[in-house]
Write a protein that binds this ligand. Structure first.
Ligand code: 5GP
Length: 178
C-alpha cells in the first residue's frame, strides 16, 4: 500500500513499518545503555505518541514507569490567540529521571512547554526522545537526545500521527503528495 487517501488528501509511503520498528529497537538499546541503573519515568505527550510510546516502552529493560500528558488547545480571549494547556500531571516527578516521548518535534513549541513544566516540578534529569524531527521547522535551542528520523518540512500521517483525526492506525508513515 504505497499510495493512500486520508479524507481528501493523498499520501505516499515514506517510512515503512520495518524501518520504524528497527529504528525504535536502536533507540531503546541506546536509552537502556545510557540510563542503566536508573529509575526512569517515561512521559508521553498525547495524542500522536501512543503507538511509539507502546512500542519503545516494551523494549526498555530499566526500572521504569510510564505516564502521559495531553496538550489541550482552546481559543483564548486575549490577543495572544491560541493558548495551550497541559493536562494530566498526576505524577510527583521531584528528583526523577524523566524521558519525554514525542511523536514529532516540529517548531518545538510543545517541547518547550513540556520542558518548562518539568523544570518547575524539579525533575532531576530530563532526556528527550522523539520519533520524528523536522530540523528546518525547529525554532528552539533545546537539544534533543534521541531522534528516530530527521525529516523535511512535509506533512506526515500514520503510526499515531493524524490528518484531521484520521490516519493514526496506519502502520507506516506517509507523506502528503498533493
Ligand atoms: P510543535 O510545533 O509544537 O513542535 O509540534 C506541535 C504538534 O504539531 C505535534 O505534536 C504534532 O501533533 C503536530 N505536527 C507537526 N508536524 C506534523 C506532521 O507532519 N503531521 C502531523 N500529523 N502532525 C504534525
Amino acid at each position: 500500500m504505497n499510495e493512500i487517501t486520508v479524507l481528501d488528501r493523498e499520501f505516499s509511503v515514506y517510512i515503512t513499518e520495518d524501518e520504524i520498528q528497527s529504528r525504535i529497537t536502536a533507540l531503546a538499546e541506546k536509552i537502556n545503555e545510557d540510563l542503566k541503573g536508573q529509575d526512569v519515568l517515561f512521559f508521553g505527550v498525547l495524542n500522536g505518541v501512543f503507538l511509539f510510546a507502546a512500542d519503545i516502552f516494551r523494549q526498555i529493560n530499566l526500572d521504569c514507569q510510564v505516564s502521559f500528558i495531553k496538550l489541550a488547545s482552546y481559543d483564548g480571549t486575549s490577543s495572544t490567540g491560541k493558548i495551550k494547556e497541559l493536562i494530566g500531571w498526576n505524577e510527583d516527578i521531584t528528583g526523577k529521571t524523566v524521558v519525554v516521548l514525542e511523536d514529532i518535534v516540529d517548531t518545538g513549541a510543545t517541547l518547550e512547554r513540556v520542558i518548562g513544566e518539568l523544570k518547575l516540578r524539579k525533575a532531576a534529569e530530563v532526556k528527550i526522545c522523539t520519533l520524528l524531527f523536522k530540523p528546518e521547522a525547529y525554532t528552539k535551542d533545546i537539544p534533543i537526545d534521541y531522534i528516530g528520523f530527521e525529516i523535511p518540512n512535509n506533512f506526515v500521517v500514520g503510526y499515531g500521527l493524524d490528518y484531521d483525526g484520521y490516519g493514526r492506525n496506519l502502520r507506516a508513515i506517509y507523506k502528503l503528495t498533493k
